[in-house]
Design a protein around this ligand. Sequence first.
Ligand code: HEC
Length: 300
Amino acid sequence: MRLQEFQRLYYLRIFNCLPLCYFIYFFLFLALVFGACTEESKMGEQMKEVAKETLAQQEIAHFDLEFLLGNEHGFVAEEIMVKYDHTLKHEQNYKAYRFSQVLDTLLAQGDYDWIRSADPAKILITYKCVDGYNASMTMDKALSQESYLAFTDLTSESEAWTGKMASKMPPLYLVWEEVPYDDHSLIWPYGLSKLTITPYEAAYASIMPKENLAGFKLYETHCLKCHSLSKIGGVMGPEFNYPRNILTYWKEDDIWAFINDPKSFRYSSKMPPITYLQRSEFDEIVKYLRELDSMPRDPS
Ligand code: HEC
């Protein structure tokens, strides 16, 4: 009897425990499913990373220009006269490589059909300098007239670079033969060492508005080379969108007055007055900057 009693109690206990066991099994099951899911999503993330990387590799071409200085690449150095050097503010002679020829050679060396077959207006060339200065131009603009990669100034026979130029210009300095002193549409990067080529839209993806492109285009033409937005663009003047958008601390009318006559605000201002902009064009720029303020900031 005692044994039977014991067995009864034993079964009873197991029976009592059953709900608990089910509970534990259920948890184990949940843990397994959850584990599998997170593993799967991790794999998904990894795949996305790979896809992103491949995309990035396809869409960005990096070129190191310093290899040119070895002069074993068949480029012909030319002696050129720059009528008005926009950095030095006078006429200057250089020994230089023709930019279009260098670019052709670089693009012929790899799988760059996506650059060669694209509309040059949709390809952005960024000129990267040793001091961190990055200035960009679309390829059609960059090739709109001959530019040169200068590597020697022809002032002295013994030195490659003389005077202040020695610390500023090497390794290369981008110059244009005939650009009037008041034409600010071209760039003159010195200390130039690398080129990056990207599709225009990918380069500006994080600052491109959804619909109204007019304001963005105006900003790009007149302001971006000196005023970056979320770290995209020039660094000669202050950044206007990161971490705060300029419109949150400068009044629209003051910006308009400032750009027309910067020295009326600061006698030492380094910003050249911009008097050729219509008020309606400026209003488009403001509209764009306002839209940008409502977009996510992605300064990578
Ligand atoms: C050639 C370069 C250059 C261009 C192009 C340029 N700026 Fe500037 N800007 C500067 C520099 C440099 C400063 C720095 C302050 C100074 O020197 O007065 C400045 C300052 C400013 C300031 C004052 C900002 C502050 O908080 O101090 C405003 C506003 C401004 N720029 C607006 C514009 C707008 C809008 C455009 C385009 C329509 C523009 N700038 C184009 C170079 C430029």
